[in-house]
Design a protein around this ligand. Structure first.
Ligand SMILES: [Zn+2]
Ligand SMILES: [Zn+2]
Length: 260
């Protein structure tokens, strides 16, 4: 049987002999999120494009070139969601969830869309899950989010991994750090890929996660954000680490109990 229609570029089918894997991942994520008292929120897969343009930031790669935008019959511009946070926050505000009990710890999962180049191994429709904890800036919350991710990986049965953490500080520290990055990369600008040369002007921190080998090599010697944290951000980061040790001790104790 010759196929007349082919799947759109950058997408994939999940066939019956593989779909159980998706189900397994979803179940384990749900389980980890609900252990930490997060509750599911389900939002539409498209929103007005402006929502993402405002919140993800005009200078991000997503908004610059990766949004899947379309116009409806009345000329309104929508976008297939490129990530989850903007929609969750939109719904949180629109539904006054700040006034409702147990509604600030939210998790979501589902398809996201980016008009990316499929030859780079990325998909135009991909699945993501995530959590949002809205309304608190406590270091405890940061630690909890990290511990949840750790719990998820452990629940999958993975053992051979380590947790590395960093801090991007507050907008003030981040600005100092951006300047340090520009100072570091600018003399080597001609060795950077074209994306990174653009990022240097718009969003220097994004250079640090470029996958192009020549950029990666340069980035190995880039200044560390931790050297640019002000006192209160450094304190916050230290508190996060203290709480994390607390979480780790708890789960270690738990697994010892299970063994007995
Ligand atoms: Zn700061
Ligand atoms: Zn690059």
């Amino acid at each position: 049987m010759a196929a007349k229609y082919k799947i759109p570029r950058g997408t994939y089918d999940i066939l019956p002999d593989q779909s159980y894997i998706r189900r397994f991942l979803q179940d384990k994520f749900r389980e980890a999120a609900e252990t930490f008292n997060y509750r599911e929120i389900i939002t539409p897969i498209f929103e007005v494009a402006d929502l993402f343009e405002r919140t993800v930031g005009d200078s991000s790669d997503i908004v610059q070139k990766e949004m899947y935008k379309f116009q409806d019959k009345k000329g309104r511009i929508f976008a297939l969601r490129p990530e989850g946070t903007a929609s969750v926050v939109r719904s949180y505000v629109e539904n006054n969830l700040d006034l409702k009990e147990n509604s600030s710890k939210l998790y979501y999962m589902g398809p996201m869309f980016r008009y990316d180049r499929p030859q780079k191994g990325r998909y135009r429709q991909f699945y993501q899950f995530g959590i949002e904890n809205i309304g608190s800036d406590s270091p405890y919350v940061d630690a909890e989010v990290i511990a949840l991710a750790d719990t998820f990986l452990r629940n999958l049965g993975l053992k051979n991994f380590s947790l590395e953490i960093n801090s991007i500080g507050c907008p003030n520290c981040a600005k100092d750090y951006d300047n340090a990055l520009i100072e570091f990369y600018l003399p080597q600008e001609e060795k950077l890929c074209s994306d990174c040369r653009r990022r240097l002007k718009t969003n220097p921190k994004r250079l640090l996660d470029c996958k192009v080998p020549s950029c990666r090599e340069i980035s190995q010697n880039a200044p560390s954000m931790l050297d640019y944290l002000d006192d209160s951000c450094r304190n916050h980061f230290e508190e996060v680490q203290k709480y994390l040790i607390h979480f780790c001790n708890c789960s270690r104790r738990k697994s010892q109990k299970n063994r007995n």
